[in-house]
Design a protein. Structure first.
Length: 373
């Protein structure tokens, strides 16, 4: 199997000078997390002396120290070093899924010229942490390839309807907004030919700074507390869901400070809050925990896959279903805060699936913030 990874390089130039610096942000991030230069060296698979020399060179280039070392207290980043690391976190969160899409496009173009001809499953799915976990397990399966593209909810269903993908990953809220969203999907679903593969549920809500200093516990508090908000892009399913919640609570988006400031992934908006460029955002709990944020739960979503009935009879999709039902997948999902595997891998008709969740109770408004575990 051929897998392609595209990585970014941070190369700094000084105007009018040939001098450059290539900063390995992974080293600085490891120092921030562990307080140990030795851990950063081990993580980068470099010698301690080489890592120390790199840090010294970067500090000399910028004219500002990046780390501080105190006897008995280890090594910490300076405010400038912290700023570089958080900029890197935001960049990776923002560009990661886009780079994965580009890498997949390149792999798809190259593979026909190689002797390897595995069975390829084309997956168009809304971006999510559980989808990434499934992809990791599928990549280890011999003789099966995954062409995964991250797209919005509606675009994934459009792709399936047009024959551009084999599996469409979709998320659907429980509670008061469910009927509204089902109605929007009806034009793309074929109850006779489409089948639903259950996957996971995930918790959606407000990501706030550790300790929740603004005491945000509801959507109304975004306006009342004059909180700085960072939003998702207009094409994302999460942005659509947020707009629906605002309408449900009769909140004018124009009154939210920063509602027009956008980022493109759950992790990107979480990183934005964690780096103190915003006070709050809306997204999945797993992203909040990843960046050490508190989380105010607002609702639960079902994430599932849709495929054609005939596709279920093929060997590749049966292997995907077997992985979903396996213990390794269950353990992987259990490690994601706010995610729960729910009858993962079970297949139902569209009608059966929708009827199975019609009795869900609407989530209570104003749920209290929960602290990181």
């Amino acid at each position: 199997m051929l897998n392609i990874e595209i990585e970014t390089i941070w190369r700094f130039h000084k105007e009018g000078s040939p001098q450059t610096a290539v900063v390995m942000l992974g080293i600085l991030n490891e120092i921030r997390k562990t307080g140990k230069l030795t851990s950063a060296a081990d993580h980068a698979q470099l010698s301690y002396r080489h890592v120390w020399n790199l840090v010294e060179q970067w500090s000399e280039f910028f004219g500002v120290p990046l780390v501080e070392t105190q006897r008995g207290k280890g090594t910490t980043l300076t405010p400038f070093g912290e700023k570089l690391v958080w900029a890197g976190e935001r960049m990776q969160a923002r560009l990661g899924p886009q780079l994965e899409n580009l890498a997949q496009e390149l792999a798809t173009e190259v593979k026909p010229f190689l002797h390897q001809r595995p069975s390829v499953i084309r997956v168009h799915a809304s971006h999510g942490f559980a989808v990434s976990k499934l992809r990791e397990l599928l990549d280890r399966e011999p003789g099966i390839g995954v062409d995964l593209r991250y797209v919005s909810n509606q675009h994934s269903l459009e792709s399936l309807a047009q024959g551009a993908c084999d599996l469409s990953g979709v998320h659907l809220p429980r509670g008061e907004l469910r009927a509204q969203n089902i109605q929007a999907y009806r034009e793309w679903l074929d109850p006779r030919e489409d089948r639903v593969i259950s996957f996971v549920t995930r918790e959606m809500g407000l990501m706030v700074k550790r300790g929740n200093p603004l005491k945000i516990s509801s959507l109304e508090d975004l306006v009342a507390r004059k909180a700085r908000f960072v939003n998702r892009d207009h094409d994302s399913g999460t942005r659509l869901l947020f707009n629906q919640l605002l309408a449900l609570h009769k909140i004018d988006e124009a009154k939210i400070n920063g509602a027009q400031q956008i980022e493109f992934t759950h992790a990107a908006v979480a990183a934005y809050v964690a780096s103190d460029m915003a006070d709050v955002s809306f997204g999945v709990e797993a992203a909040a925990r990843q960046f050490g944020l508190d989380f105010v739960r607002l609702l639960t979503e079902d994430y599932f896959f849709v495929c054609r009935r005939a596709f279920l009879e093929t060997e590749p999709v049966q292997r995907v279903i077997d992985i979903m039902k396996g213990q390794e997948f269950r353990d992987a999902i259990a490690s994601l805060p706010g995610y729960v595997e729910t009858r993962s891998g079970s297949v139902s008709t569209v009608k059966e699936f929708l009827e199975s969740v019609e009795g869900d109770e609407p989530v209570k408004r104003g749920a209290k913030a929960s602290l990181p575990k």
